[in-house]
Design a protein around this ligand. Structure first.
Ligand SMILES: Cc1ncc(C[n+]2csc(CCOP(=O)(O)OP(=O)(O)O)c2C)c(N)n1
Length: 214
């Protein structure tokens, strides 16, 4: 979960629902002030739509016309609760309510996502202000490792039909063996990375105070 690589523009993910949205607004503000032509993208689930952090960040993003894309990975679930249990407006309607360019697309087809995101980024980059995209998908696993998911038996069938990885494999025309060899290569790379991390020395206790600002 806690991935970050500033050299690739990945500012970091964390376990606090919606916490990435104000961080992305800050990054968008920096890009705007420094005229870098960049767009900050915040990824979050439907659960984040119910938080103050979402509404505060969108309010600022609209007021300052920040170059920002709010991308909601809409998988129908908020932890163990159905996302529609709350009965309010659909995710894209929330973005529209703030006056954002707001749309809802099929997240199970990578080409659809790429094409629409490219269009929206171009609009945002042109100075139109922030945008909102609901990307509809199916949650591929449980909420935690070992979650038996007894609360969503029917979703396994939906996932089988809409799995974006399987759809991409078919769209690329890969055979079963070609797909497997790609998976094995990725697994080997991850294995090497994990071994390297396990062999790495522990940081010194003094490093605890590095990059801490008060
Ligand atoms: C601020 C905050 N409140 C509560 C939680 C506990 N929590 C962890 S995941 C989650 C639901 C997240 O829903 P969603 O963003 O839709 O993610 P998904 O269920 O699709 O993984 C909650 C409430 C948290 N991590 N952070």
């Amino acid at each position: 979960m806690h991935l970050a690589d500033p050299s690739l523009g990945i500012l970091g993910a964390n376990g606090v629902v919606a916490a990435g949205i104000p961080i992305a607004a800050g990054a968008a503000l920096a890009a705007q002030i420094n005229e870098r032509g960049q767009v900050a993208v915040a990824f979050f689930g439907e659960g984040a739509l119910h938080t103050g952090a979402f509404h505060e960040a969108v309010t600022l993003a609209v007021a300052w016309r920040l170059p920002m894309l709010l991308l909601c990975e809409s998988n129908g679930w908020v932890e163990f609760t159905r996302a529609d249990a709350w009965g309010g407006p659909e995710p894209a309607a929330r973005g529209a309510a703030y006056g954002l360019l707001s749309d809802s697309i099929d997240g199970s087809d990578v080409t659809v996502v790429l094409a629409r995101v490219e269009e929206v980024l171009e609009t945002v980059r042109s100075g139109a202000g922030p945008a909102f995209l609901e990307v509809k998908t199916v949650r591929a696993g449980g909420h935690y490792e070992g979650d038996a998911q007894a609360y969503r038996p029917e979703d396994a069938v939906v996932l089988e039909a809409t799995d974006p990885l399987l759809r991409s494999r078919d769209a690329l025309g890969l055979t079963e063996d070609e797909a497997k060899s790609l998976v094995h290569a990725a697994e080997a790379e991850m294995e090497t990375a994990a071994e390297t991390a396990l062999k790495a020395p522990y940081p010194s206790p003094a490093s605890l105070m590095e990059d801490v600002y008060a």
